[in-house]
Structures are given as C-alpha cells and as structure tokens.
Design a protein around this ligand. Structure first.
Ligand code: SF4
Length: 362
C-alpha cells in the first residue's frame, strides 16, 4: 500500500517536472527577456528600429547608474502607471492597497505626460496594481503610447476585457493574464470574486482576435501562482495553454504570509513562498523612471509612496522632480549602498529588499 502510494506521488511529480520543461514554459525567459538590467543589446535593438534618441538616452541612463550620479542628464526611459486603483477581485495577498479605490487617471493627464516624456520613453507598464482594463479609455492610452514608439505591457485578471479586437488593435505588446486554476474551485480559492468561465472565455477570445487580425502582438502570457492545492494542475495548464494559443506560461511562487504557509505553500521547492531577503544594492528606479498613480500622485517607485508631484502638473514640474532633492537623495542612497556603506535616511532605499529593475520585452 505504502509502495503504491509512493509510486503514484512520484509519477505525478514526474509529469509536473516534465510539463515545466515544456517549451511554452521554458521559452519565456529567453524570448520575453524579462530581466531588468540595462543591456547593450536593447540599445542596439532601438538603433535598429531607428530610435536613436531613445537608444542614446537609455545608454546615458546606464552610464549614470554605473557612475552613481545624483544629478542626471538623461530623461526617464520607463514609466509605471496605474490607470485606476479599482479592481473587481479580492485576492487575499494582493500587493496593492485594500480596499480597492475608484480613482481613474484622467486621459488628459496621461496625454500631457506622454507628450512631455514620450520621445524618450521605451516602456510604459500599465500594471503596478489593481485592474488596468477597467479604465474606460485604456485602448486609447495604449495607442497613444504606441504613436511614440513606446513598448506597453499590462497585467490583468482578465475578468473584464473591453473588446478583445480593440485591445489587440491598440498595439499592446504584452498581456500578462493572472489565472491560477483550471476549474472554478481552484481558480476561486485565490482569485476571490473572479468568474472562472468568463476568464477562460476571455483568454480564448483574445487569442482568437489576435489570429483573426493576423498579429503576433500582444504576447499572451499566462501567469499562474502555484499553491499546494493547484500544483497538480501544472501539466493540464500547459496543455490548455497550447490548445488556446497562449505564447508563454509562467509558473510563479506566490507571496504567502508566514502563518498560512503550512497550509498553502506548494510542495515543489522552486515554488516556495519568497522569504525575507537582504536589501538589494542594485536598483534602477531612480535612474530610469517614475510611477504615476490615479490618485494624481507621482512617486519614485513601488516601494516609496511619498508624492513628488501632482500627476497633472508633472509635465510642467518635471525638471524639479527628476533632479529634485528627493530623487537625488535616493540615487545617493543607492550609490552609497552599492559601495557597502549602509543606509541613508529619508528613503526606503536604505532598507528596500526589491531589486527595482524594469522588465522589458523588446
Ligand atoms: S531601492 Fe527600493 S525604494 Fe529605492 S528606488 Fe529602488 S525599489 Fe524604490
């Protein structure tokens, strides 16, 4: 009896490992190139695309980071932007604030920022928290960024997809779809308030719209958080992703609070919930860009909530913000940490454990 049980467990584990080696899973790192550091190959891609100004700005940002400069001479090359803080779901360990809000970034505010910064921007990430597809003008926002040659990415729970064809036609480059189950039971355990049938229908509709329109963008990425109760679904997720026409599947370790880990943590070592880590010396944010919130705030990064400016004044205030005392202090703090000299007061940078990198798919 014991032997039969062990054989069964090991065969399930082998089928999971085999699914994790599938190309739709293991291709994602190399082809999506989601590593964040400044790389020469990205500057070359920009040059090949005729985007000389962006390439030069990006290279200058890299040099500035390397030198640990406080006052910089380049412009931001990335923006994190929350179109809204509204969300239909109540995922238990959500990183954004709860309860969710009902603020929407006015299109005019967004337009003024893109007009000011667009000529230098490489990427706008519409996925810092909440549910970006709830913004009624999200497709126009993406299309405006694309007119400036900016790469765009969205992370969504895809419970609401305004119009799959319009979203594909907007020019969106990357859509990360957060779906952690292939049955209403497993899906609903984490995505509280979500509608499993609707989510799967939306995933199929997006893949179909892309085929119908003859496009290869957006890259469709199925993000799947692995818990104890859904790890057995991994082989079926891979099979389903292929059937639907998704490009990549990324299986990820979720954040789980210490007191729930015994119950919820996966038994597969690579999906153990991230523990506390050392503060990171490498961070790109103060040299790369800013975060815009729908509450009319501009902040340094995901980990630092001090408002540096009102979003609707950023286009006018920009020089004062970008080389203002606060950002210069953050750059100073990180440069000092890189040299091993500890923390500097006044910024989360002194204690921050995030790497603060920017992800790309260019
Ligand atoms: S070190 Fe942390 S707090 Fe400082 S800029 Fe980077 S992500 Fe933000």
């Amino acid at each position: 009896m014991q032997n039969t049980l062990e054989t069964g467990v090991s065969s399930v584990r082998e089928s999971i490992e085999s699914a994790l080696r599938d190309s739709i899973v293991s291709r994602s790192d190399s082809e999506l190139d989601l590593s964040g550091k400044i790389k020469a190959c990205r500057a070359l891609k920009l040059i090949r695309a005729g985007q000389w100004r962006k390439a030069a700005n990006y290279a200058l940002a890299g040099l500035s980071r390397r030198l640990g400069q406080e006052r910089v001479f380049h412009m931001p090359f990335a923006l994190g932007l929350d179109p809204t803080n509204a969300c239909q779901l109540s995922c238990p360990f959500c990183i954004s604030s709860k309860p969710h809000g009902s603020d929407y970034l006015p299109f005019e505010t967004y337009e003024a920022i893109i007009k000011r910064l667009g000529p230098w921007l490489i990427k706008v990430d519409f996925c810092t928290g909440a549910e970006p597809l709830l913004h009624p003008r999200i497709c126009e926002m993406i299309a405006l960024a694309k007119r400036y040659g900016i790469e765009t990415a969205i992370a969504s729970n895809i419970n609401h997809v305004p119009d799959p064809a319009a979203l594909v036609s907007s020019g969106l480059d990357l859509l990360m779809m957060s779906v952690d189950g292939i049955s209403p039971e497993t899906y609903g355990r984490y995505r509280a308030g979500g509608d499993f049938e609707k989510v799967m229908a939306n995933m199929r509709a997006l893949a179909a719209a892309r085929r119908r329109l003859g496009r290869n963008r957006p890259s469709l990425v199925w993000n799947y958080l692995v818990f104890s109760y859904n790890e057995h679904e991994i082989p079926e997720v891979v099979r389903l992703a292929r059937e639907i026409g998704v490009d990549f599947v990324t299986f990820m370790a979720p954040y789980i609070p210490q007191e729930r880990r015994a119950e919820l943590q996966s038994s597969i070592p690579r999906f153990l919930s991230p523990g506390s880590s050392q503060p990171s010396d490498y961070c790109l944010w103060p040299w790369s860009g800013l975060l815009i919130y729908p509450t009319n705030r501009v902040c340094l990064c995901y980990e630092d909530s001090l408002a540096l400016s009102a979003a609707d004044r950023l286009a006018e205030d920009f020089d004062g913000v970008w080389n203002g005392e606060y950002l210069r202090g953050a750059r100073r703090a990180l440069a000092a940490r890189g040299a091993g000299s500890g923390t500097v007061e006044g910024h989360n940078c002194g204690v921050c454990r995030r790497k603060g990198e920017i992800n790309f798919c260019i």
